[in-house]
Design a binder for this molecule. Structure first.
Ligand code: FO1
Length: 315
């Protein structure tokens, strides 16, 4: 752990896989009590009667070192016997729930039905899995991403997992965001932060739902602290998922500049990959400090290195 930065108070806005890698790197660099993670929950949905929170689970499994490094989501060493039995019975198998992962959904669903909020449930899971940093859902209220496409309006998992992000995106809506309750711990953490990180998560599907919550943009804009985003686009492509495809469908430039331009009002700095050096001047021209480095996180060592560079860049 780097003595110089370990006491910085860091807040991270994160989606699933890209967010989890960034957060895991930061967790190796700063003390757990100083790392506060706000997770997107607009991908949550009910499936087979179970309440599923994919981004929270991806973050949780990664921080607990239980994640499946191949898929990025779900648990390592998973078995699929329930899914196989479900297929035999003619049940839906397009959303793959592993046997061990099912335990998380069963217990979360049971607790939710008993009236416990998602924040409380997440805290219990984190305690049991010995996760040091604070992981919170962006809200306890239901917010759901609806993707307007050339094939009609689709719920997020219908678009993403079932149709493999094939439909052409026209607009993205966050149902329930306007009425969602804000979490006082989140606004306090943002006010106290020495650094706010926008993880290399999909800005339209993972960061925007968080930013759509009442007061969120205002609190972030008002914060005088360092605010840095890490580009999820490298060399014109998303590291994972449909970010690049969505950018082009929404007529944006598919580059780190496109991402920086989209988020610029909320940021003081931007981190992007060496391969995108041609965009450096234009990104700096947006009034942002820039860090160009190797941003692809293929290993846990890469995560820790990028986190170290990010922290050094921030102060
Ligand atoms: N993504 C898929 O593309 N297909 C799946 O079958 C799938 C199953 C799944 C199960 C548990 C979980 O926590 C995540 C799962 N994901 C799956 C990923 C999930 O749809 C995405 O990670 C996020 O919603 C996007 O950030």
């Amino acid at each position: 752990m780097n003595e110089q930065f370990k006491n910085l108070k860091v807040v991270v806005l994160a989606g699933g896989v890209g967010g989890a890698k960034m957060v895991n790197g930061l967790a190796q660099r700063i003390t757990p009590e100083n790392l506060f993670i706000i997770a997107n929950t607009a991908d949550d949905f009910e499936h087979l009667g179970l309440y599923i929170s994919p981004d929270l689970d991806t973050l949780m499994y990664t921080l607990a070192n239980l994640n499946n490094p191949e898929t990025g989501w779900g648990r390592e060493g998973e078995s699929w016997r329930t899914l196989e039995a479900l297929a035999e019975l003619g049940g839906p198998t397009w959303f793959k729930l592993g046997d061990k992962d099912l335990a998380t959904h069963l217990l979360r669903t049971q607790w939710k039905r008993s009236g416990y909020p998602l924040t409380w449930i997440t805290a219990q899971f984190c305690r049991r899995l010995r996760i040091g940093p604070t992981l919170v859902p962006m809200t306890d209220s239901p917010v759901r991403t609806i993707v307007h496409t050339d094939q009609g309006k689709l719920s997020f998992q219908e678009y993403f997992a079932r149709r493999q992000s094939q439909p052409i995106v026209q607009k993205i809506e966050f149902q329930g965001a306007d009425e969602a309750e804000s979490n006082r711990d989140i606004s306090n953490a943002i006010r106290m932060a020495d650094l706010i990180v926008f993880a290399p998560s999909n800005p339209w599907l993972s960061l925007d739902p968080i930013l759509a919550l009442p007061g969120m943009r205002r609190i972030l804009t008002a914060s005088q602290t360092t605010k840095i985003a890490v580009s999820p686009i490298i060399g014109g492509q998303a590291v994972k998922g449909p970010a690049a495809k969505i950018m082009s469908e929404l007529n944006m430039e598919v580059s780190p500049f496109g991402v920086a331009h989209y988020l610029k009002d909320l940021l003081t700095g931007f981190v992007f990959d060496n391969v995108d050096d041609i965009h450096q001047e234009r990104i700096a021209g947006l009034g942002l400090n820039t860090l160009m480095t190797d941003t692809l996180m293929k290993s846990v060592e890469d995560q820790a290195r990028l986190a170290k560079e990010l922290l050094a860049f921030s102060h």
